[in-house]
Design a protein around this ligand. Sequence first.
Ligand code: NDP
Length: 454
Amino acid sequence: MTPGVNGHPLHDILEPVWQDVLRRNPAEAEFHQAVREVLESLGPVVAKHPHYVEAAIIERLCEPERQVVFRVPWHDDRGRVRINRGFRVQFNSALGPYKGGIRFHPSVNLGIIKFLGFEQIFKNALTGMPIGGGKGGADFDPKGCSDNEIMRFCQSFMTELHRHLGEYTDVPAGDTGVGEREIGYLFGQYKRMTNRYESSVLTGKGLGIGGARVRREATGYGTAIFVQEMLKERGMSLDGRRVVVSGSGNVALYAIQKVAAFGGITVACSDSDGVVIDEKGIDFDLLREIKEIERGRVADYAARRPGARHIPGGAIWDVPCEVAIPCATQNELTHHDATTLVANGCLAVAEGANMPTTPEAVRAFAEAGVLFAPGKAANAGGVATSALEMQQNASRDSWTFEHSEEKLTEIMRDIHRRCAETAETYGAPGNYVAGANIAGFIQVADAMLALGLV
Ligand code: NDP
């Protein structure tokens, strides 16, 4: 066994797989990080089930089935030509059509989309729904763009992407920088290009164009439900707990709302400009109005909420809390942050974002006995509800909010149970990272074996 970038040794059988991933995907640090985390969990699985190794299932899983990279030309409001790069990585379709969001952010590159697509394979398997894994995006910065610019960009993006999509092929959704407005424009252009009202080719649509109730809320709600389940297992709950949520976008907002429904008090949230601290508990209605309707910033919240303070450039994880829910972006919670959180008495951490916690921080939480829920389990409620949206579109049906929320709760409890039981079975009780990686892997691996070498 040799130590790797994340410090934990790999099973001997997995070392060559890892070396191949490094060689084939140079300079893709986030992708390496995501693969490494899964490989570190799979030691006991390959030891117990050599048939996965013989069929080279892990090598196949690390290689996307297809990667599409394309130019996105568009005109800004001043008539200037602008060029961005678009991506869609169709990672694994053993369980169903590729499924995963589209991210618009200037930091987007192939390595980031591949890490997100790789994570998505296991996350989607954990939901128990028939969906494969994929992810897409563009290095487009929507900040400061007019509504017309956003629409023109979405139309150009979809003009190329549409040929790779389809309700049985690949079904994107939203992610950072892509919400209901963008999904609407993308769907409009898809409909125009194909002359088909193929509702379930995109999820996260507005309610008026085939969207599903609770999809908007699902990722944040699901993460809070996972936290509640984790705490319940230790005889605790969110009731009366001090919570800090990073970010203030779609996931953060609805995590805050659900935490409050469980009796928790979110005392701080953030954006890339700074942190807002509100000791009385974030006022969800005010924050929602500022973020979703006015497209404003957390500084605007602080200006309008008596008693709240804005700290420009502030460090969110310095705010003491019992539960931390990172909902902004990858690697936002470092080893230093983890040490601060532990010193401040943090009991539980749940990733609303994808891979927001660095490997060193995850290790610090494990050493301190802090409950830790990885994103592929904790934030799976979003994609699970997307699959429910596909189901409703296929049957031309529309469920009530209550029914949809009940389904989401059931799915999140089931994911929690599967992760906990699998961790126990493979000798890592209480380790949700191992549980999520192993349970997701086995489900996809068995489907791949059944499909033969394709
Ligand atoms: P949004 O674009 O709605 O919100 C992102 C939030 O995070 C914003 O407040 C943004 O601030 C903040 N943020 C982004 N980058 C940084 C940074 N570098 N530093 C500080 N703050 C930052 O995205 P979502 O809420 O949809 O997604 C957030 C995370 O959740 C992502 O990791 C995404 O992959 C993951 N996720 C999302 C799902 C969904 O259904 N939407 C499903 C599962 C996971 P600012 O406005 O200043 O950029």
